[in-house]
Design a protein around this ligand. Structure first.
Ligand code: ADP
Ligand code: MG
Length: 331
């Protein structure tokens, strides 16, 4: 099968909202009046972003999920995406599964595949997503103000917990690994929450490299500091990522990890694709309502302060020492 048959068979679908989809030199999108286009790209490289033996269906899901997560962090509604793919060869069983995982998530978000590029080479997947957001309403990293509260969605640390088990850093009970593996391999982009937070959150970003390291980007962009309760954030590691009140998904006492390791997973583990955001204290009820409307757990983990830096405390308000630097390529 050649390049063009491959594109036709696996990646061509009738254009819906797009004025022109796969098959011409460019795709055409018509932005609605009053809307801004939100654009983001993310690349996935074998050995760096995924293990060679990950099921292709999960890989297709994750490649799009990490991109949709960026739209979520901006409060943008997904519209369309392009797919640039380097493949070592044509493996139809692999392509079938990859496309199924990719397009299933795309359909769930009404996000259509409108073009891309296909070449032979070491496996590499690069997606660019396009979303729309009313002019001026996009959530940005730079809007946090002293007195705002810091919130996080879902259950950060679970992806890192699963990764550690797959890498042999620790053992997890089979039932726990079965529960957490999808959190690593098929993350849920928090698009509904991002939309619900428009007009409420003062800043937001999605956590790909680690909770505290990514929060630091908000602090830098907003020129503020923060006090974060490490214990509240760490306790989320066993929580259900769904709505408030949906309880724990496993017993944290069943983990062979001590407090320090759990803290590390929750505060510095990457691949969560949760949203970290800030909102004025007076909008607390509105934030909880946004979580409820989007069926997403939201937890208040700290407060923005005028003094610079990130100050960690435990549940008793004692300072917590330790570095929780996040993942950084080339370092
Ligand atoms: P060009 O030579 O003009 O760059 P290509 O021959 O690379 O175009 O691609 C032909 C058409 O197929 C284009 O519309 C392109 O956007 C689309 N396309 C190529 N690869 C993919 C892919 N992996 N997924 C979706 N569309 C693709
Ligand atoms: Mg061309």
């Amino acid at each position: 099968m050649g390049e063009f048959d491959l594109i036709a068979r696996y990646f061509t679908r009738p254009a819906r909202r797009a004025a022109l989809g796969v098959g011409d030199d460019c795709a055409l999108l018509t932005p609605a009046p009053g809307m801004q286009l939100a654009v983001s790209s993310d690349m996935l490289v074998e050995g760096r972003h995924f293990l060679a033996d990950v099921p292709p269906r999960h890989l297709g899901h994750k490649a799009l999920a990490v991109n949709l997560s960026d739209l979520a962090a901006c409060g943008a509604r997904p519209l369309a995406f392009t797919l640039a793919l380097a493949l070592p060869g044509v493996d139809e069983a692999w392509l079938q599964e990859f496309a199924a995982g990719l397009l299933q998530l795309a359909d769930a978000h009404g996000c259509e595949l409108i073009g891309g590029d296909t070449t032979q080479g070491p496996l590499n997947i690069c997606i660019t997503v396009f979303g729309e957001v009313p002019h001026g309403d996009a959530l940005r990293r730079s809007g946090a103000r002293a007195g705002d509260e810091v919130w996080v969605s879902g259950a950060p640390g679970q992806a890192r917990l699963a990764l550690g088990a797959l890498r042999g850093e620790w053992a997890l009970p089979d039932t726990v690994l079965a529960t957490l593996r999808p959190r690593l391999e098929q993350p849920t982009p928090r698009v509904p929450l991002g939309l619900a937070l428009r007009g409420i959150a003062t800043s937001a970003l999605d956590v790909s490299d680690g909770l505290l390291g990514d929060l630091a980007h908000i602090l830098d962009a907003s020129r503020v500091g923060a006090a974060v309760n490490a214990d509240i954030a760490t306790d989320l590691i066993a929580a259900s990522a769904g709505g408030i009140g949906s309880g724990a998904v496993f017993d944290v006492e069943s983990l062979p990890l001590g407090t320090a390791q759990r803290r590390h997973c929750a505060l510095a583990g990457g691949d969560d694709y949760e949203l970290v955001f800030t909102a004025p204290a007076a909008r607390r009820a509105a934030v909880l309502d946004a979580g409820a409307r989007s069926s997403t757990r939201v937890t208040r983990i700290g407060r923005i302060e005028a003094r610079p830096g990130l100050h960690l405390t435990d549940a008793h308000m004692h300072p917590v020492a330790g570095t929780f630097a996040s993942f950084n390529h080339f370092v």
